[in-house]
Every structure is written in C-alpha cells, then in structure tokens.
Design a protein around this ligand. Structure first.
Ligand code: UFG
Length: 318
C-alpha cells in the first residue's frame, strides 16, 4: 500500500514508518519538525516537511491507500498550561487532514488516540466501553478528534481505526525516544543512569495505590507498531473501530525506578515531589478487543525488556 505517515519524524511515528517500510509498503512521511527530528525519518521513506493544515490537501491528492496519523502535541503537563497549542496542533490539524482525505478519496485511516481520553477510570483494566472523561487538555483534544473521525468515517465511507495507547516505551534499533525537553518517566530515569540528571522526581506518593505512586501500563513501541499494521488490514469502510493497546499489567513509578536500577546497574537516586497536574492515579488497559478482533499479540511485555531496549538506545546516542 502507499501510506502517508504524519509525525513520522517523532518517536512512535518513526518506529511505525520503519516497520511499515520493512513490511513492503511505500511510505511517505510528513512532519513539521516541531518536536521530531529529520534524521529519525527512515531512509526508505520520502520525507515532506510541513504543517498538515497547509500540505495535507496537495499531498493526499497524489493518491494514497491510507493515512497513519501520529502527528500531535502529546505532553500532558504542557497541555494544561498551553491549551491553544493542543486545540490548534491536534484538533485543527486533524480536521484539515480529514478534509483532505475526503477531497482525495483516501480510503483508510489509523489514528493515534490515547488512554488519556478515559481520564480517571471507574474500573481497571479499562475497556473501550468505559466512560470517557479526560483529566487534561491533551486527552480532551484526542477525544475530540476521535469523535470527528467517527462522523467522517460514517459520512464518507472511510475505514478508520483509533488505537488508544497506554504508556509507550522501549525502542527499535536506531529509532527511540529523544525529546528536546523530556517529561516521560522511563527516559528521565535513564538520564539519571547516564549521569545527565542527578535524580528522578516522583510526582506524589499519596495516590490511592499500593505504594502511593501512580500506576501505568507500559507497552513496547514495536508491539504498538504491529497493532498499526493489523489495524490497517482490519479497518472496515464506513466504520470507526476503537481499540485500547497496553500490556494489561500496571507498574507503579517506584516499580519502574526499581526495574531501571536492575537493568542499568545504577543506584538512580529518587526524591518525592508534589503531584503533577492532570495525572490520573491508575491507567491500565484491557486489550482484549485488540487481541480478539485484530489478532494482536504483544511479544515484548516484560518491563525489564522494554526498559532494556530503551537503555540500549539511550547508550547508543551518547
Ligand atoms: N512521573 C514521575 N516523574 C517524572 C515523570 C513522570 O513521577 O519525572 C510519573 C507521572 O506522574 C506518571 C508516570 O510517571 O504518573 C508516567 O508519566 P509519563 O509522563 O511518562 O506518562 P503519562 O502517563 O503522563 O502519559 C503518557 C503519554 C500520554 C498518554 C498517557 C496514557 O505521555 O500521551 O501516557 O497513559 F496519554
């Protein structure tokens, strides 16, 4: 298939672009490089630099079999202080992309949605039928895009799938997480192990969890990419399928730090800090629907393996 990958210079987008190209697809990457890196675009892919609202109509008019839409602002904390960045960068850009798909008659869409659409869950593990009630602007914007996709898919016969990621981690060879300002837990801990940071801050230890720190469901970025390939194959015209992607196991911030200590052999000093705005206490996925309907089978579920791949990547960049 000829596929357009938006955000393919970013962490999750570049891993997916690489896997899609390896699977034999013709991949074009579009990215505005606001947070991504040109050298993260796989060499097999054509790269177009630009803002989606400007370049999407012209690009899609070339004729594509599908779009994988990763381009987004994705920092929970930042979304609380700079909401405009998220409403414009996520919602406006996605609606422009959908309009361009309709104009060009592009038949398939796979969208990077998020666990943040659910907010503080009433039941864990979280199913796709759970109430959506985001606790932060980031989650609101992704949920708004999901609603837009549902209506565009029905009205214009697009075969659409949203994959609601839980906490993506790990790396794929030279493709990994490297944000200019890092906010994610595992890369921050690994920066302590490399000596680039003195200690990791634990955002609150008074949460209603076993050890008082937040619990998250970590999914390997390569397992995530496998799900995108399956979603492309299973998408049905005129419908919008929504699937959670996680490993189904929750790890507390303290457990993640301990795993990183084991993997790196570094003591990794940690200090307790105040809670971070917008954080839910526990986010753990039920991925039953993805497993049964898409045939998805994550292969890299051990947290030590996920951290191990991120650690190999981090060391290779030094
Ligand atoms: N945390 C710390 N210290 C840090 C960084 C993070 O204690 O220095 C904690 C956070 O408070 C949170 C957990 O570690 O409890 C994980 O935080 P991340 O920032 O790594 O990830 P988030 O859970 O906030 O968000 C991530 C993605 C979102 C996605 C969400 C869904 O960034 O895009 O997972 O679970 F929506």
């Amino acid at each position: 298939m000829k596929l357009l990958v938006t955000g393919g210079a970013g962490y999750v987008g570049s891993v997916n672009a690489a896997r899609l190209a390896e699977a034999g697809h013709e991949v074009v990457v579009v990215d505005d490089l606001s947070t991504g890196h040109a050298d993260a675009v796989p060499s097999e892919c054509r790269f177009v630099e630009g803002d989606l609202t400007e370049v999407a109509p012209g690009l899609l008019a070339e004729g594509f079999d599908g779009v994988l839409h990763f381009a987004a602002k994705s920092l929970v904390g930042e979304s609380m202080t700079e909401p405009a960045k998220y409403w414009h960068g996520n919602v406006n850009a996605s609606v422009a992309l959908l309009d361009a798909m309709v104009a060009a008659g592009t038949p398939r869409l796979v969208f990077s949605s998020t666990a943040a659409t659910y907010g503080e869950p009433e039941q864990v593990p979280i199913k796709e039928t759970a109430r959506t009630s985001p606790t932060n602007t980031y989650g609101y914007t992704k949920l708004a895009i999901d609603y837009a996709i549902t209506t565009y898919a029905q009205a214009h016969n697009i075969a659409a799938v949203s994959l609601r990621y839980f906490n993506v981690a790990g790396a794929y060879g030279r493709f990994g997480e490297r944000h200019a300002v890092e906010t994610h837990l595992i890369p921050i801990i690994l920066q302590v192990a490399t000596g680039d940071r003195e200690q990791v801050q634990i955002f609150g230890e008074d949460w209603p969890t076993e050890d008082g720190t937040c619990v998250r469901d970590y999914i390997h970025v390569v397992d995530l990419a496998d799900a995108h390939l399956l979603a492309l194959q299973h998408a049905m015209p005129g419908t919008h399928g929504i699937y959670n992607l996680g490993s189904g196991a929750g790890f507390s911030v303290r457990q993640v730090i301990d795993t990183c200590r084991d993997v790196t052999g570094h003591p990794i000093p940690a200090a307790v800090a105040p809670r971070r705005a917008g954080d839910p206490a526990v986010l753990v996925a039920s991925s039953e629907k993805a497993r049964t309907e898409l045939g998805w089978q994550p292969k890299r579920e051990k947290l030590a393996d996920i951290v191990g791949d991120a650690w190999t990547f981090t060391q290779s960049r030094r």
